[in-house]
Design a protein around this ligand. Structure first.
Ligand code: AMP
Ligand code: GLY
Length: 421
């Protein structure tokens, strides 16, 4: 079968790598992909938000399945566009994607289904927001409702910060804002939990802990993710039972009641406090870099998972993961997440000899006539799996040192909570 993958990050390169290993997959096309996917698949530079153009191309190249990496095409309704056509799309439909596309939609589901989450208030305009904030205790969390590329969340320690955040949101920093979400601040430890579902049944798809801050010790600016370890140290049978029964199952049932059809990955962003899970957010896709961290531990053919979700036969499929400890360290451009240079050559990449259980997944890279250059903030993902987190991290860091990319920056402490040295 010919398969198309939408997206250009490390997540999509990891998906591409796994599909390329499958005997059931013939050609892979990436829309638009990166230098890494270009080595094992065909990169196609058409705009994947133009569903008509995409459809035409898929028909021409006999692409029978599209796998959607990022949230935007899902929220924009790519699954609905391809409904009843000969091309299957792995991903949730437009209604279901509101779980990520509208934080207020998700909060309303939490309220309806009694799902544990932070207390919240929805305000309709700036005056109402300010009135509410004047009578609130801090810290508080203020959120823009819609997609904001991970930037629409403000943790506010006092009234002034909250006022500025609310003004920015209502002034349209993240698009037209008709409402705003104010949340109680939850303390605890974060964990990412993943499932895959065909709309009727769901299965576990890994757990992970992302390190979002740019500096070691989890300090500094927020980023898209500087590295990750999997499995999460917090997961146990009791917690997992609570996550499934109190959060995932009521949510999937609410989506069905709304008439949604959820086929795809669901990323459950949680805060764990005293052994209790609280929902922070849903994403309707795999995480990045969680995907790069988890997929190398998957023993089941990934195309079988995608196919069974599209066909509604997930119940019959067994999904197996190895028991390995996986670490992913992101090599980013110096200066990220603020100002950084692009188009810096990455020499030696093809000289690195990878052992079994080692992977390099590309993110912001581009192949030019002279070689591979950086093309974004997060550039390469180095992943290693072994029976021990420390061993995995040492291997990854040795590889990064061997590459010796002068414009690169990375955190040496990924997984510090599970690695005591
Ligand atoms: P979100 O985009 O909703 O995941 O928020 C981004 C990050 O903000 C999360 O990963 C948390 O670190 C933090 N965050 C969001 N909501 C809360 C909350 N209610 N309490 C504490 N931290 C939060
Ligand atoms: N790693 C965070 C995310 O994918 O949103």
């Amino acid at each position: 079968m010919n398969v198309g993958i939408i997206g250009s990050g490390g997540r999509e390169h990891a998906i591409c790598y796994m599909l390329n290993k499958s005997k059931k997959v013939s050609e892979i096309f990436c829309f638009p992909g990166n230098a890494g996917t270009g080595m094992i698949a065909q990169n196609i530079s058409l705009n994947p938000d133009n569903f008509h153009e995409l459809e035409k191309y898929c028909l021409e190249k006999k692409i029978k399945m599209l796998v959607v990496g990022p949230e935007k095409p899902l929220v924009n309704g790519i699954v609905n566009h391809f409904k009843d056509k000969s091309i299957r799309v792995f991903g949730p439909d437009k209604i279901s994607s509101k779980l990520e596309g509208s934080k207020i939609f998700t909060k309303k589901i939490c309220k309806k289904k009694n799902i544990p989450t932070s207390k919240f208030k929805i305000c309709e305009n700036l005056n109402e927001t300010i009135d509410f904030l004047e009578n609130s205790n801090f810290p508080l969390v203020i959120k823009a409702d819609g997609l904001a590329s991970g930037k629409g969340v403000y943790i506010c320690k006092d009234f002034n910060e909250a006022k500025i955040a609310s003004e920015e949101i209502f002034n349209g920093k993240f698009g037209v804002a008709e409402q705003i979400l104010i949340e109680e601040f939850l303390d605890g430890e974060e964990m990412s939990y993943f499932i895959v579902t065909d709309g009727k049944n769901y299965k576990f798809f890994g757990s992970a802990q992302d390190h979002k801050r740019v500096d070691e010790g989890d300090k500094g600016k927020n980023t898209g993710g500087m590295g990750c370890y999997s499995p999460s140290r917090l997961l146990n049978d009791d917690l997992e039972f609570k996550i499934k029964t109190k959060i995932i199952e009521p949510t999937l049932s609410a989506i069905n009641e709304f008439g949604g059809n959820y086929k795809g990955f669901l990323y459950v962003g949680l805060m764990i406090k005293n052994g209790e899970p609280f929902l922070i957010e849903f994403n309707v896709r795999m995480g990045d870099p969680e995907c790069q961290t988890i997929l190398p531990t998957l023993n089941t053919d990934l195309i079988d998972i995608f196919t069974s979700c599209c066909d509604g036969t997930l119940k019959q499929l067994e999904i197996n993961f190895s028991k390995s400890k996986s670490i992913c360290v992101v090599l980013c451009s110096k200066g990220y997440p603020e100002k950084f240079e692009k188009n810096i050559e990455i020499k030696n990449l093809d000289q690195l000899k990878l052992l079994e259980n080692e992977n390099i997944f590309h993110a912001g890279t581009l192949k030019t006539k002279t070689g591979i250059v950086s093309n974004g903030g997060r550039v390469l993902n180095f992943v290693s799996t072994s029976d021990d987190f420390l061993k995995s991290r040492i291997r990854v860091i040795n590889l990064i040192k061997k590459l010796n990319w002068k414009n690169g920056y990375y955190r040496r402490d990924i997984g510090h909570k599970v690695i005591k040295i």
